[in-house]
Design a protein around this ligand. Structure first.
Ligand SMILES: Nc1ncnc2c1ncn2[C@@H]1O[C@H](COP(=O)(O)OP(=O)(O)OP(=O)(O)O)[C@@H](O)[C@H]1O
Ligand SMILES: [Mg+2]
Length: 236
């Protein structure tokens, strides 16, 4: 897929992204639990399928749900689902092998690769073997750098998700800032998703986009999330 865009389905966000997430680029979606990150990634996968391209959906935290996919794809579910290939690495090491095998896994007709959540198996490994934190950090950096390179060489869009917790959440304090820093370093686009106190509304902060002319400082706006996904919030 060359130079094509995959719309996220949020028109306001798509305008900052000049139409959607791009082949050749990596996009980071990050935020606290339940802020619509998976929903947004599924929406991109659905829109990629609707354009006739396949998606490799790497489900690293077991959160993929065919039911949620069908709510978002609606009447297109059957043809959309056919073009979504699911992989579920069981460990941080396995995730690394999936990334190393991407040039073989992602053949011509792929438009999108999603890693949901790229940092979850890393976080688990650090918790299990804290004495290996240095090596694990280096491996996370290697995996993310490889993704950025693969996006460019294979001309696919790659979206990765990172979950963050408030700094008061003790077990995550030491590893999450590291993971977020590594993922942000390699991302061409960075979108932060935040809760608002109203379950139907989310706050999106567009922190970085490939076309610098589109964004001189982070842009913040509300979007609504419901059964059919995430869309522009029209204020009355
Ligand atoms: N069928 C639905 N109808 C309405 N809202 C829904 C529906 N399914 C999910 N949601 C909303 O989406 C939110 C969770 O979305 P999603 O799973 O995409 O979040 P996430 O950021 O990926 O969460 P996590 O960090 O736990 O993986 C829920 O809090 C809920 O508000
Ligand atoms: Mg999720």
């Amino acid at each position: 897929m060359s130079q094509a865009k995959i719309p996220t389905g949020c028109n306001r966000l798509d305008r900052f992204l000049s139409g959607g997430i791009s082949s050749g680029n990596v996009t980071l979606l990050y935020g606290e639990p339940e802020t619509g990150k998976t929903t947004m990634a599924l929406q991109c996968a659905v829109n990629c399928s609707r354009r006739g391209y396949k998606t490799l959906y790497v489900d690293c935290d077991g959160s993929f749900s065919a039911q949620r996919l069908s709510q978002i794809a609606m009447e297109d579910f059957d043809r959309v689902a056919e073009l979504i290939i699911l992989m579920k690495p069981a460990s941080f090491r396995e995730q690394g092998s999936v990334i190393d095998q991407l040039p073989d896994l992602v053949s011509k007709n792929f438009g999108l690769v999603v890693f949901d959540t790229l940092s979850s198996l890393y976080t688990l490994s650090v918790a299990e073997t804290p004495n290996k934190t240095f090596d694990l950090n280096r491996e996370l950096n290697r995996q993310t750098a490889t993704l950025a390179q693969v996006a460019r060489t294979l001309k696919v869009a790659i979206a990765f998700i990172s979950q963050v917790h408030s700094v008061l959440d003790a077990p995550y304090v030491s590893v999450q800032p590291v993971a977020t820093r590594v993922l942000k370093f390699w991302a061409d686009s960075i979108i932060s998703m935040q809760p608002t106190g109203n379950l139907q509304l989310l706050k999106l902060v567009v922190e970085k986009v490939p076309d610098k002319a589109k964004l001189d400082k982070p842009a913040t706006f509300a979007v609504k999330i419901d059964e059919h996904g995430i869309h522009d919030h029209i204020e009355h």
